[in-house]
Write a protein that binds this ligand. Structure first.
Ligand code: DON
Length: 552
């Protein structure tokens, strides 16, 4: 009797929560992209198909952040546990060389690695879409790209953020006639109500949909890209495109207390740095510390993880990296031993690392389908609208991901990141990234998360992970939590408005930290919580921007 009562009670209590969604959950940076993903789930696609549809839709409706002229990382965990990582990061063209962005005075010329065709790496996202679809999708490229092609053909009204960013990047866009024709209105940033129609992009997506990889990397699209880049002062060859492959790599795995962490391997620096920071922090009972000490320890862990990023990390196809060491608990114990609870470490007192740059726009989305397949993906063209350059006739806005290389050892990039030889430019090499798509599991709770934000991506994912690790199953909390950041160099704790309270600020300054409030709240985290046992899902979009997170 008692057993029966328990079953009835459990059913009653669990049922409202247990109502598993029919389709799944999607959190992305744009409502039309989230909609595209649900269209594909409703058509019988799984999370991988939806990921292809969301990526392609974002390429159309959020060109400020990502696109088929850029790159992407897809972290996938299939129902049953099999995990894969598709690296569709851009590669340097064969014409690239170590000192290509240095001026006569030996200093990096930022303009060249940020704007125009010389700033662009060979796009990886189209190959990523093909690969993700092939490896784990069901519907095929033509179906999955259909919503994006429709959006590009019919057009849509860009939101306020898009219009603001056009204003910010007006000069770079105006310098490329094809980009100006698409994104500007008679040479000026468009006003609200402007309809963005992208006919050339629709045609390029259509060639990709029909022919798969060769539809972008050879034939008409490749010819348009190479001719356009070279006519404007770049140096690409058809072989650069024909040789591009998305690479499947083994995701990184780690553990923080009882949380299993599945995250991005190099050429992302994010997963390695995340694991180093978590391993350092695991030695402290963080929840028993007072709030200032807790943040101090997190900052000191960030400092050391970012130092190693600068020192060791680069493209795994080009450099040997001590990954086992960097992600080991013993190594972290050594780093922890150098942390004082009563005083900030000065970055200058740690073994030196040279510095390098990074970019400012990018996008993340998370998908879990009703069967429990998961995709966590971060995509980028680097800074808003990438290089601003569009090869005529292609509709493809090219990235400026070359700025993520270390143009000169020790000299900072767009994100004030420094790098070493490991991230030096070389032909065919992938620039080191901070993009950190991540999947976490704590007992019977799963978290899927990631964000844009350049160098701050890693610290944001760390703070989100700690929030989940402390027992928060509400993705709204992970995406809302106030943010602070330390990246070793410069030696300052940056924090967003409301990211730290007055007591935190006073306490951290007393410990010897230099604090700097940044002018705007940052990041755009898109997250999903899933309870596999009940099927319950929750999704959340960062309140700092206008994404769309839904469970259906
Ligand atoms: O791959 C990277 O690390 C950078 N290109 C990401 C740039 C970024 O997140 C800009 N976002 N606001």
């Amino acid at each position: 009797m008692q057993r029966l009562l328990t079953i009835v009670l459990v059913t009653l209590v669990a049922s409202p929560l247990a109502a598993a969604p029919k389709l799944g959950a999607i959190a992305s940076a744009h409502p039309l992209a989230t909609e595209a993903g649900f269209e594909i789930l409703a058509a019988g696609g799984n999370a991988c198909d939806a990921a292809v549809a969301v990526s392609a839709a974002l390429a159309v409706v959020e060109p400020v952040s990502s696109g088929i002229g850029g790159g992407a990382f897809y972290l996938v965990q299939l129902k049953g546990g099999k995990a894969l990582f598709v690296d569709a990061r851009e590669r340097a063209p064969q014409s690239a060389s170590r000192d290509m962005y240095l001026g006569e005075d030996g200093k990096p010329v930022r303009e060249k690695s940020l704007n125009g065709p010389l700033a662009a790496g060979i796009p990886g996202e189209p190959a990523g879409l093909v690969q993700v679809g092939k490896r784990c999708g069901r519907l095929g490229l033509a179906r999955n790209l259909a919503p994006a092609i429709r959006l590009a053909t019919e057009g849509f009204e860009p939101d306020e953020f898009h219009l603001q960013m056009v204003g910010m990047r007006q000069k770079a866009l105006a310098a490329a006639p094809a980009a100006a024709a698409v994104f500007l209105d008679q040479g000026q940033p468009p006003k609200a109500g402007f309809r963005l129609v992208q006919k050339d992009l629709a045609a390029t997506l259509q060639r990709l949909a029909r022919q798969g990889q060769p539809g972008f990397y050879s034939g008409d699209t490749a010819r348009l890209l190479v001719e356009g880049v070279n006519a404007a002062g770049g140096a690409w060859t058809l072989a650069d495109l024909a040789d591009y492959r998305a690479v499947e790599r083994t995701p990184l795995r780690g553990r923080y207390h009882e949380v299993e962490v599945l995250t991005a391997p190099p050429p992302s620096s994010g997963g390695v740095a995340l694991l180093t920071a978590l391993n350092i922090l695991e030695g402290y009972a963080l929840n028993l510390r007072d709030p200032v000490t807790r943040k101090h320890l997190i900052v000191e862990a960030m400092r050391r993880a970012y130092r190693d990023r600068a020192e060791y990390l680069g493209d795994p196809d080009y450099v040997a990296m001590p990954l086992a060491m960097l992600s080991s608990k013993d190594y972290a114990a050594g780093l922890r031993a150098g942390i004082r609870t009563d005083q900030a470490t000065s970055s200058a007192s740690l073994p030196g690392a040279p510095s390098g740059p990074e970019g400012t726009d990018t996008t993340h989305f998370s998908v879990v389908d009703a069967a429990g397949n998961i995709v966590s993906a971060t995509l980028s063209v680097n800074i808003p609208f990438g290089s601003g350059f569009m090869p005529p006739g292609s509709g493809v806005l090219l990235n400026d991901e070359m700025d993520d290389f270390s143009a000169k050892s020790g000299s900072p990039n767009a994100y004030k990141l420094i790098g070493s030889h490991a991230n030096a430019i070389a032909p065919g090499k992938r620039p080191l990234s901070s993009m950190t798509p991540t999947i976490l599991r704590r007992g019977d709770a799963v978290a899927v998360l990631g964000t844009p934000g350049g160098s701050r991506i890693i610290s944001m994912v760390l703070l989100g992970t700690l929030s989940f690790a402390q027992g928060s199953d509400d993705p709204a909390e992970w995406v809302t939590t106030g943010r602070y950041h330390h990246q070793f160099s410069p030696d300052v704790v940056e924090y967003e408005p409301q990211g730290l309270g007055a007591d935190d600020i006073a306490g951290l300054e007393k410990l010897g930290h230099t604090l700097q409030q940044v002018n705007r709240r940052y990041g755009n985290m898109q997250a999903i919580a899933w309870q596999p046992r009940t099927g319950q899902m929750q999704a959340a979009s960062d309140p700092r921007r206008k994404g769309s997170a839904q469970v259906r």
